[in-house]
Design a binder for this molecule. Structure first.
Ligand code: MN
Length: 263
């Protein structure tokens, strides 16, 4: 089959609805939960603000438009390698220099929703990934690896989403050995349903924040605050995640969508 035919077949399947598009993006607005750093790190990312410029009124009789105030790492978003000190000297490490071909890539989904329901501090291990591979085959290089936790319905409430108590936040993520294994496998990046790619208590790991430290340090990427991962198959989804081309940006909100075979 020619490549031209492949693309035409894809367009026809989309038109026919035999391939469906799943939105992996949470709404971005004033209610979007944002990270609260520990008190030692005083500067936090702000809540999203949508400022009205005009709305068919004396400031603009025929048009409505807004201006936005938001952090790069807000809502459903993409982490570029330059976000972490381990990735600061890599080539093409800012959001505007990442090769665009990386914005369209297959995804595999590892479902640990039952384990997370029983333990919000659940950590995905390298053995979990190897067990997934025993069932579904080796993870190919250059794919997104997504942790399905069914955490995302909580992101309508900052309190439930961050799940913080006196010991800090309790949210699932990857262990250090899981992240090392993903780097070894050549993953394009790791995606999580929580406020960031790392687990809530990842500040205590060695190294701290492994999904940031090790993956971004290897030139891979992160996706945070994904939704609807329960609608994706374990294999076979194609992700389109398009960050804004922020000059020198360390990350960006994205509209993340997945192409999925129906049925
Ligand atoms: Mn981030």
């Amino acid at each position: 089959m020619s490549t031209q035919q492949s693309l035409a077949d894809l367009a026809a399947a989309l038109a026919a609805g035999t391939i469906e598009i799943v939105d992996l993006t949470a709404p971005l607005g004033p209610d979007t939960p944002v990270l609260h750093l520990p008190p030692d790190f005083a500067r936090n990312t702000p809540k999203v603000a949508i400022h009205r410029i005009s709305a068919y009124d004396q400031d603009g009789p025929w048009w409505a438009w807004n201006w936005l105030e938001l952090g790069e790492h807000t809502g459903t978003h993409f982490d570029a390698p330059s976000h972490w000190v381990s990735g600061k000297d890599l080539p093409d490490n800012t959001i505007d220099t990442i090769p665009v071909r990386h914005f369209v890539a297959p995804a595999i989904v590892i479902d640990r929703s039952k384990e997370v329901a029983a333990d919000p501090d659940f950590l995905l291990t390298a053995d979990d990934i190897r067990n997934w591979e025993a069932e579904h085959g080796p993870i190919p290089r250059g794919v997104w690896v997504l942790l399905r936790s069914d955490w995302y319905p909580r992101n309508t409430s900052t309190e439930a989403f961050l799940n913080t108590d006196a010991d800090g936040p309790h949210t699932p993520g990857p262990s250090v050995d899981a992240v090392r294994y993903l780097v070894e496998r050549g993953a394009l990046g790791f995606g999580n349903e929580c406020v960031g790619t790392d687990a809530g208590n990842a500040v205590t790991f060695d190294p701290p924040f492994p999904a940031h430290n090790l993956l971004l340090g290897a030139g891979a990427y992160g996706l945070a605050s994904l939704v609807n991962l329960d609608r994706l198959p374990a294999t076979g989804a194609l992700l389109v995640v398009a960050p804004l081309k922020i000059v020198g940006g360390t990350g960006s909100p994205v509209r993340a969508i997945a192409l999925v075979p129906r049925g």
